[in-house]
Design a protein around this ligand. Structure first.
Ligand SMILES: [Zn+2]
Length: 321
């Protein structure tokens, strides 16, 4: 059932997310270590850097690495059939196996889930969000940006990116596309308005949608930290969220330390590169789909105090601490 929907979606995605034209591909290569994912990759293709296939689950014949220029609206090679064959240009969850009875109990309050999984410990380096329809469980849209740290020297940024993304082979695309956090947030708000996820007024709360994260760290800790560094007010749509680990604990009655444990226990193969945010977000979305199909009810698990936003109330008695 989900598979046929996903396939339909795949055909429509190119229309939904046309690439914007930039000249970045003509820029000279940066002096960073290259990681070529395939022996047959051409020099032109090597600029469209994509993650290595480090996991054995990527043996799935339908899986191919994402074009990370495309996810950021910056692919200029949408007419190149070779490029399209090599790199994935849709965000549908290609390996979702719908083999169970459909028990999705739709939450009356929510039309959409926004799966978010940040990358970057010192400062945020990647901000990926998948918009999932709460009824059909399809990926409706996505937002993905690499984020340039604002308080680090160029030299430190280069080291940081080499260490974090160099081994995944996506450091070049990071350097080509990363923008400061405040610009990411401005673009994200435009994207949310386009998808009617919030009102037109600046700093509106979410409308019939909720963020879904794996743990509390992303929204509780990291977003406010990065807002401080970027000298921004914490946006009001980050006032509450759903921690999938708490829902998992209360629904399946077992604790999962992280995404990989949940995927192992639910027998969902890990696809893409773990710790590449866009791939982790897709994998978390697969867990979310499975939990919805199994009948889990997705409810807000954490909410900030409106007067003292740093104070967070956790709404589930049983939770992962
Ligand atoms: Zn592309």
């Amino acid at each position: 059932m989900a598979n046929s929907r996903v396939c339909l979606l795949r055909h429509n995605l190119n229309a939904l997310f046309p690439p914007c034209s930039t000249s970045m591909l003509s820029r000279p290569a940066l002096p960073t270590r290259r990681f070529v994912t395939s022996a047959s990759i051409s020099s032109k293709e090597s600029l469209i850097t994509s993650p290595s296939t480090e996991q054995s689950a990527n043996k799935n014949p339908r899986w191919k690495p994402m074009c990370l220029y495309y996810t950021q609206d910056k692919c200029t090679m949408m007419q190149d059939s070779c490029h399209l064959q090599k790199f994935n240009h849709s965000l549908c969850l290609e390996d979702f196996v719908d083999d169970g009875e459909y028990k999705n109990r739709h939450s009356e309050d929510l039309d959409y889930f926004l799966v978010l999984d940040l990358e970057g410990k010192v400062e945020i380096l990647e901000f990926p969000v998948l918009m999932i329809d709460a009824r059909s469980m399809d990926v409706v849209a996505f937002f993905h940006r690499f984020v340039r740290p604002s308080e680090m020297s160029e030299e430190r940024i280069n080291q940081y990116i080499e260490g974090k993304y160099g081994k995944l082979g996506v450091d070049r695309v990071w350097h080509d596309t990363a923008i400061p956090f405040d610009e990411v947030i401005a673009q994200f708000e435009e994207w949310m308005q386009k998808h009617s996820l919030c009102n037109k007024e600046p700093d509106s709360p979410l409308r019939r949608a909720a963020f879904v994260t794996c743990g509390n760290w992303d929204i509780k800790t990291k977003i406010p930290q990065q807002c401080k560094v970027a000298k921004m007010k914490l946006p009001s749509y980050f006032m509450e969220w759903i921690n999938l680990k708490d829902v998992y604990l209360n629904f399946y009655k077992r604790r999962a330390a992280g995404m990989r444990t949940m995927m192992n226990e639910l027998k969902i193969p890990l696809l893409g590169s773990h710790h590449l945010g866009i791939d982790d977000t897709k994998n978390i979305a697969r867990v979310l789909q499975r939990m919805l199909m199994d009948g889990a009810e997705l409810k807000i698990t954490a909410r900030r105090n409106p007067l003292i936003p740093e104070k967070v109330e956790f709404l589930f008695e049983n939770r992962i601490k």
